[in-house]
Write a protein that binds this ligand. Structure first.
Ligand code: 28G
Length: 643
């Protein structure tokens, strides 16, 4: 690899004020996601140094304060020499950390994680940190430079001898910029582990100094098996059984790029494809996924045709071939183009053909050489085809029963709102009949609909699709919402643009909310992605102080209220045992009234999308305590919309 890059190749230079003025433009927000982007930026630079062959070990430390992170690599070390074209004669390091660069020209053959929100660089992290220190080992020496909010606190200094080479960046994000500076060790750990699946041989050590007793303080990630191991671990985490006891894998590495794919079929009907471009997850797929689908479709069809395996009366569709498919795609290309609002869809048109023509011949050959495996796959495909034909009539019946805006077919328990405009209509899913009754009385009839849910909500994670659809509570929800479910989910037919889970503020309430969220996640995912699902926050306490009344959602809020009104009169506290015992007017004032309530938007952050497949399965499986945790997390990660 030639290292003919010079610092003069950095193309556009400007100061860091815009970053501090509009941080969201550079890191996608100032909430949890944006905060963690700071780590991903620094990490990606270290990973770039590794994937281009200069570093083999990355160490990430989350310090005990939960706010300070350091990343270290054993690469070449950022150049400390004077920047060749800088009129101020500063070091290349200082230019990299203080100038906003739109992009560099890179070594021939190098991959950059650029695209979307990524790769905007070290200077952005620096601008948004109250303190950032860089240490570089190079030329047998150790150098150091310190910054605060992007401004150098002196020049670069030689601080002693240095063994080997490498870069060390340590930073503390600015609390005046971010909503809360508290890093999430689990999120960081998962991200780091995924990186090591995608870059075979890369070793990442994670030291979590915030770990409590019983948690691991040091984790080392390394997955020599790459994407094949990723797929296997994904299947295990999702508790899926393969219909063939192997994973197909294909690799290619040439001037166009590097491609690794792995795939298999499971007994489960869902299709799972996880794809990555230059080490970055592409949640919305794109041309690389399309290319893989083409290859699989053509290869399997070719095998079926050549061996004349289609039974009489069966016609096989591309969907039948894909049912149960679980696949991972890991692609490195030089100029990835990303599309979509969150920039997680690959848009390079040439990639489709490139992936398809790389995978198809190898897959065909593999099928022809492994007759037993191929036979099992074909059996699986024919089974899907038959199931599809058999279920078409059943599915149509379900669809007829869950009509779209056909008021006559709405569930009997639904107290609908009078508005027919979805954008102003809200549906409250309320636990229990008595709470449902209070809500019906207290609501604004024009815009607020109430659907009381009785008894147990089925755990959608553990039940078969058929059972889920047969469940009374869940099917009532589908009917009320009106948009259909699964593949048929059509947001244009949605009857409410806010679907609000209203549960008691206790552990049972959390449990039910979790089960409902699981159902939404599995069957009505577009609603979550579009930001239509919310959690209401009913108060747990009424606190009367003198003549004033306050509401508290939890113990700490209660204590805060008492503390800040000390000496203002007699304090009386009432704890609500459940929503049902709240007066309808109180319920309206505190929880339903758009002017005073606080809603939590349920969202899956970019980082969490990666986790979610495994986490949901893990959390929803057996342990109720873990479920509780999930709800708290969701609520915590959501941004309050209506304040
Ligand atoms: C530890 C936390 C994050 C890095 C290097 C090494 C070089 C470098 C970094 O050069 C200009 C821009 C991108 C290549 C390159 C050293 C050539 C010769 C480097 C890091 C040229 C800056 N000697 N290691 N930057 N680059 N690690 N880790 O940031 O294309 S950044």
């Amino acid at each position: 690899m030639s290292s003919n890059y010079t610092a003069s190749d950095i193309t556009i230079l400007e100061g860091l004020e815009p970053v501090r003025k509009r941080p969201g433009m550079y890191i996608g927000g100032v909430g949890k996601t944006g905060l963690h982007h700071l780590i991903w930026e620094v990490l990606d630079n270290a990973v770039d140094e590794a994937i281009n062959g200069h570093a083999s070990l990355i160490t990430v430390v989350l310090e005990a304060d939960g706010k300070t992170v350091s990343v270290e690599d054993n690469g070449r070390g950022i150049p400390v020499e004077t920047h060749p074209t800088d009129s101020l004669k500063r070091s290349t390091l200082e230019v990299i950390f203080t100038e906003l660069h739109a992009g560099g020209k890179f070594d021939q053959g190098a991959y950059r994680t650029a695209g979307g929100l990524h790769g905007v660089g070290a200077s952005v992290v620096n601008a948004l940190s109250t303190s950032l220190e860089v240490k570089v080992r190079r030329n047998g020496k150790t150098y150091e430079q310190l910054f605060s909010r992007g401004i150098p606190l002196g020049g670069i200094k030689e601080i002693g001898p240095g063994r080997g080479t490498g870069t060390h960046v340590r930073f503390t994000p600015d609390e005046t910029i971010f909503e809360a500076v508290k890093f999430d060790a689990k999120l960081i750990g998962t991200r780091l582990e995924v990186k090591t699946y995608l870059h075979k041989g890369l070793r990442i050590v994670f030291k979590n100094e915030t770990a409590g007793s019983g948690e691991e303080r040091v984790q080392e990630f390394r997955h020599e098996g790459g994407i094949v191991e990723y797929l296997d671990d994904l299947l295990t985490a999702r508790n899926r059984r393969k219909v063939i006891d192997t994973v197909f894998t294909a690799e290619k590495d040439d001037n166009d790029g590097r491609l690794e794919i792995s795939l298999t079929w499971t007994e489960s009907p869902d299709i799972v494809m996880h794809s990555f471009v230059n080490g970055i997850p592409t949640h919305d797929g794109g041309t690389h996924e399309a290319g893989l689908r083409d290859a699989i479709n053509k290869a399997v069809r070719d095998y079926v045709d050549v061996h004349d395996l289609t039974p009489r009366g069966v016609s096989i569709t591309a969907e039948d071939i894909r049912e149960g498919l679980t696949a991972a795609v890991n692609l490195f290309i030089h100029e990835p183009q990303f599309q979509g609002q969150t920039k997680d869809k690959l848009n390079n048109p040439a990639v489709r053909g490139m992936v398809s023509s790389a995978v198809r011949p190898i897959l065909e050959q593999w099928l022809h050489q492994n007759k037993t495996i191929a036979g099992a796959i074909v059996t699986r495909v024919i089974q899907s085809s038959r199931a599809r034909m058999a279920s078409r009539s059943a599915a149509a019946a379900v669809r007829r029963k869950s009509p779209v805006s056909h008021r006559l077919n709405l569930p009997g328990k639904l107290a609908d709102c009078s508005s027919t405009d979805p954008s102003e209509s809200e549906l409250f899913l309320v636990e229990g009949d008595s709470a449902g009754g209070s809500a019906k009385q207290g609501r604004d009839r024009q815009t607020q609909a109430i659907l009381p849910l009785r008894g147990k909500v089925l755990n959608a994670e553990q039940a078969s699709d058929r059972k889920v659809l047969a469940n009374q509570e869940l099917s009532d929800i589908v009917k009320a919402i009106g948009c259909g479910l699964g593949q048929d989910c059509d947001l244009d037919k949605l009857r409410y643009h806010k679907i609000i889970l209203l549960m008691d503020a206790d552990s049972d309430g959390h449990h039910i909310a979790t089960l409902l969220l699981t159902f939404f996640y599995r069957y009505l995912r577009p609603l979550i992605d579009a930001g239509y699902v919310y959690l209401a926050q009913p108060p747990l306490y009424r606190v009367d102080i003198g003549k004033q009344t306050y509401w508290a959602a939890d113990d700490s809020q209660r204590d805060q209220i008492i503390e800040s009104h000390r000496g203002k009169g007699k304090v009386e506290i009432q704890r609500f045992k459940g929503l049902g015992e709240m007066m309808p007017s109180t319920l309206y004032k505190t929880t339903l009234d758009p002017l005073h309530r606080r809603l939590l938007l349920v969202e899956i952050s970019d980082e969490d999308r990666l986790l979610t497949e495994t986490t949901i399965t893990e959390l929803m499986g057996k342990d109720p305590a873990a479920r509780f945790h999930f709800v708290m997390n969701s609520a915590h990660e959501a941004e309050a919309l209506d304040i």
